[in-house]
Design a protein around this ligand. Structure first.
Ligand code: PLP
Length: 358
């Protein structure tokens, strides 16, 4: 194999090499069975074992309490923007508008009932988290825990009887207390595995409130009752998730991963903050800077282009910022090794030295 690049893509994103290798082997042949894991029935013993083990390891890694269901579904996080409102919005739901994905969740929910934007930081191009006061009377409070595009995260979470979080870009990257949430959902393609699987963790009492007249395929209650096999689930993707969960355990679990992620993010933020303004972080709310997506700008567009192409020549790819922010976005999910961040920081110092006006 040619040398692997340091891939800073925001998603689909880099995966750990052992996960890719083990998943590739299972794709060709699952445990000496003579068939690959994507070639067997989703109701057969091979895949059932994979799904059950994936759920058990997810529960153990995240400390998911027994009164929560863990679902592996299709449709991505975007489909959950609709489904969660379809299933759980009764009178009025509150939303925090902290970025493009949070805004899309709001747009999705408005199709199903009364939605209030409790607070928004849109006016400042989402460079901070807004101030807000929680209203416990809302059916639920929805937030996007890590804003992939704008580089903010909720360092701490508000209290609400039914807090719902889109954790697509930081799931299993930090320790969270699941019991503080009504529901958590995450598309897999950043921290868990390939695109095509979305993981939903939902408190079981909420399942009892799901209206019975919605189509079964859109009902969390029906998916939970069928152990995520209401129809054919994304079997291969779930098998990859299982490998990721095993790998996370080998790494010491989520607390160890969080410590590593914090160190990686600090290294990068120090390089930005210590550059005498050559690199400028786009997030002003430094207490809530993302540990997964680090966003910064260079003095101008031309230098940004040179920086990106020079990085690619050095084996560091997918660093271009999202168009509404510009500059650079370094996505440093669980699978990005510390060496990748160290290489980037080294290049940043070198680039500044070569290009800063003297
Ligand atoms: C925080 C967040 N939510 C939702 C999405 C959309 O996910 P999907 O494409 O799986 O629907 C993304 C994708 O990048 C994301 O970063």
């Amino acid at each position: 194999m040619s040398q692997r690049l340091y891939n800073f893509s925001a998603g689909p994103a880099t995966m750990p090499l052992p996960v890719l290798e083990r998943a590739a082997a299972a794709f060709v042949e699952y445990r000496d069975s003579g068939v690959g894991i994507a070639e067997v029935s989703h109701r057969g013993k091979e895949f059932t074992a994979v799904r059950e083990e994936a759920e058990a390891r997810c529960r153990s890694l995240m400390g998911v309490p027994d009164d929560y269901a863990v679902l592996f579904l299709q449709g991505g996080a975007t489909q959950q923007f609709e489904l969660l409102a379809m299933n759980l919005l009764k009178t009025r739901a509150d939303y925090l508008d902290t970025g493009q994905w949070a805004a899309k969740a709001i747009e999705g929910a408005t199709r199903y009932g009364a939605v209030r934007v409790l607070a928004s930081s849109k006016a400042s191009n989402y460079c901070e988290l807004p101030d807000f006061t929680v209203d416990a009377g809302a059916d639920y409070l929805h937030l996007c825990s890590n804003n992939t595009i704008f580089g903010t995260r909720f360092a701490t979470f508000p209290e609400h009887p039914c807090l719902i979080a889109d954790m697509s870009s930081e799931i299993m990257g930090r320790v969270i207390d699941v019991s503080r949430f009504g529901m958590i959902y995450a598309g897999a393609q950043k921290n868990l595995g390939p695109a095509g699987v979305v993981m939903v963790i939902i408190r079981k009492d909420l399942l009892e409130q799901v209206p019975s007249d919605i189509a079964p395929i859109f009902s969390y209650a029906k998916h939970a009752a069928a152990d995520s096999c209401l129809n054919t689930p994304p079997t291969f993707g779930i098998a990859v998730l299982l490998e990721t969960f095993r790998w996370l355990e080998e790494q010491g679990g989520i607390a160890a991963m969080e410590a590593r992620n914090t160190a990686k993010a600090e290294l990068l933020y120090q390089a930005i903050d210590g550059s005498d303004g050559y690199y400028r972080g786009t997030v002003t709310d430094t207490a809530n800077r993302s540990h997964m997506n680090v966003t910064f700008v260079l003095p101008n567009e031309d230098l940004t282009k040179v920086f990106i192409s020079g990085a690619a020549e050095r084996g560091m790819v997918a660093l271009k910022g999202y168009r509404s922010v510009g500059g650079i976005r370094a996505s440093i999910y669980n699978a990005m090794p510390s060496e990748g961040v160290a290489a980037l920081v080294g290049y940043m110092a070198q680039f500044k030295m070569a290009n800063a006006a003297s």
